[in-house]
Every structure is written in structure tokens, then in C-alpha cells.
Design a protein around this ligand. Structure first.
Ligand SMILES: NC(=O)c1ccc[n+]([C@@H]2O[C@H](COP(=O)([O-])OP(=O)(O)OC[C@H]3O[C@@H](n4cnc5c(N)ncnc54)[C@H](OP(=O)(O)O)[C@@H]3O)[C@@H](O)[C@H]2O)c1
Length: 273
């Protein structure tokens, strides 16, 4: 199967995309979009069932290989990294990630370390190895890290997640500067709230559905990411409402006020559940 993906020419602007977190939400929508663009896919996530279901669905468009893995485990990450070197994708999407609602001292500390492991360590590991794989190949490539609008501010009520996404933005911008002259681009996509399993997992299964009305769809998020990739835009906040919010908190509003507002709205979100 690996050979099949490697040998067949793509009709799209990329030959092969390697996508993490493909089993759900934004990752799944993005895989469907990339398949429509004629880009072959290597997909990973923990949930084998949904990964294989997705692969069956999009196989009529492109070739797909499935590598189930838990990215919080180093040995499983190593398998994924070996596959990246073997397949040499020209597009890598580090999308897997999760958050945890609650105050740092009240939530399970192990879960906080898992956030670091998946949202930071795995992103760093895959970013470095994907960049090396592209540098060692005869093609250019793009690495896109799915970050968050939460990267732009301390995030009381989801603090470690916000800190991890700030790391992702900082890493992506620095690596992009180091590598852009060598044919590798490293981009960070920053969605606001998207209708996926994210809140359900972050609230440990208790999130009410009423807040879903204000959220963007995973398909919209996927379109935004695809446009960002085509334009090679280093950091992209979607949509306008969130861009304005980030402008306010960066340049206009006092940090204390922003933190108080975020803390209030977050605690409403996780205490109401
Ligand atoms: N939804 C939002 O409001 C929002 C806003 C800003 C940024 N984001 C970011 O968008 C990205 C995608 O999230 P989503 O909204 O699409 O949420 P989602 O529906 O919960 O999808 C998360 C994906 O990450 C994978 N994942 C989580 N832990 C993993 C692990 N230990 N090993 C391997 N894969 C793992 C999941 O795979 P399994 O289900 O198979 O475990 C799933 O495919 C994340 O990085 C998230 O931080 C989301």
C-alpha cells in the first residue's frame, strides 16, 4: 500500500498529505477536502474504526493509507515518523490536539501532561522530522500546524492548552523563517470555536450543546486551512470576528480585563455543565 501511494502521480498541487487527527472534526473535513483536490493521503488518529471508514469513503478519489497511533506515546510516534521518512509527503498537517476545561489546580495533572505530549511534544517531533524528510527529498513541502486563537492570550480555564498553542505559533513562525529559503514552509492555522468533539472532550463529556450556535463548521475550518496553505500564509486567524478580538487583546484592551473576561466566560462554560 505504501508503494502504491508513493508511486502514483497526483492531480493536485501536492502529491501526498500526511494528516494527524484525521479521525474526527477539522482533520476529517480537511482529508475530505484534500481528497477532492486529488491529493493522496496518509492519515492517523487513535480511533481505527473512524479512520478506516474515512479511508473507504475517500478512496474513490485518491489513494489512502491508514496508520492508527496514539501520539502521546513515544513508541507509537516513532512509527509515524518512520512512515513520514518512508513516504516523504510534501504536505504535513499536524492537527491532532485536545484541551481540558477547568482550573489548573483542580483538574487531573496527568491530563495536563497529556496535553503537552500531544499538542507540543508530538507537534515538535513531527515538525522536525517532516522538515528533515522534505529537506532530504527532491521536492519542496509545507507543514501546517493547527493551533488556535487561544494561542494569542493566556487562557484561564484552559490554561495549559492555551500555553501549548502559544508554543505551536512561536515554533511555527521561527521554523518558517529558518527553513523558507530551503523549500520548507511551516504555517500555523488559528481557528476560533469549531463544531467538533473538542468541547465534549475538553469538558470530559459534559459540554452542553447550546453554545454550538456560535461555532464555525469543520468544513469551513478546512476551507480556511486550505486557502492558507495555497497562499503560504504564516499565521492565519479565522474568521474576521476572531481577528478583531485578537487585535483588541493585543493592542487595545488591558491584559487584566481580557483575563477576567476569559475566566468568566470559561468558568460559565465548565461550571454550567
Ligand atoms: N474545535 C475547536 O473549537 C478548536 C478551536 C481551535 C483549535 N482547535 C484545534 O483543532 C485541532 C483539531 O481538533 P477538533 O476541533 O477537530 O477536535 P476533535 O474532533 O476532538 O478532533 C481531535 C483529533 O485529534 C486526535 N487526537 C487527540 N488526542 C490524540 C492522541 N493522543 N493521539 C493521536 N490523535 C489524537 C483525535 O483522534 P482520536 O479521536 O482518534 O483520538 C481527533 O482525530 C486540535 O489541534 C484543536 O486544538 C479546535
Amino acid at each position: 500500500m505504501t508503494d502504491k501511494v508513493n508511486s502514483i502521480k497526483s492531480n493536485g498541487p501536492f502529491r501526498l498529505a500526511f494528516v494527524t487527527g484525521a479521525s474526527s472534526g477539522i482533520g476529517k473535513a480537511l482529508c475530505r477536502l484534500l481528497a477532492r483536490e486529488g491529493i493522496h493521503l496518509a492519515i492517523t488518529g487513535r480511533n481505527k474504526h473512524t479512520l478506516y471508514q474515512l479511508a473507504d469513503e475517500i478512496r474513490s478519489h485518491v489513494n489512502v493509507v491508514v496508520y492508527p497511533a496514539d501520539l502521546s506515546k513515544q513508541d507509537e510516534r516513532e512509527v509515524i515518523i518512520r512512515k513520514i521518512h518512508e513516504l516523504s509527503p510534501d504536505l504535513v498537517i499536524n492537527n491532532a490536539g485536545f484541551g481540558l476545561y477547568g482550573e489548573v489546580v483542580q483538574v487531573d495533572k496527568e491530563e495536563l501532561f497529556q496535553i503537552i505530549e500531544v499538542n507540543e511534544t508530538a507537534v515538535l517531533d513531527l515538525c522536525v522530522e517532516s522538515a528533515k524528510a522534505i529537506l532530504n527529498s527532491d521536492h519542496n513541502g509545507v507543514i501546517l500546524n493547527v493551533s488556535s486563537v487561544g494561542a494569542f492570550m493566556p487562557f484561564p480555564g484552559n490554561a495549559v492548552y492555551g500555553a501549548a498553542k502559544a508554543f505551536v505559533n512561536s515554533l511555527s513562525l521561527a521554523m518558517d523563517e529558518e527553513l523558507r529559503g530551503k523549500g520548507v514552509r511551516v504555517l500555523a492555522a488559528c481557528p476560533g470555536m469549531v463544531k467538533t468533539n473538542f468541547s465534549y472532550r475538553a469538558s470530559q463529556g459534559k459540554q452542553k450543546s447550546k453554545s454550538k450556535k456560535q461555532k464555525m463548521s469543520p468544513e469551513y475550518a478546512a476551507e480556511q486551512i486550505w486557502t492558507q496553505i495555497k497562499k503560504r500564509k504564516p499565521v492565519h486567524i479565522f474568521d474576521g470576528k476572531y481577528r478583531f478580538f485578537v487585535f483588541l487583546i493585543k493592542y487595545i484592551l488591558p491584559t487584566r480585563l481580557v483575563l477576567r473576561y476569559l475566566r468568566k466566560s470559561m468558568s460559565k462554560m465548565y461550571q454550567d455543565v
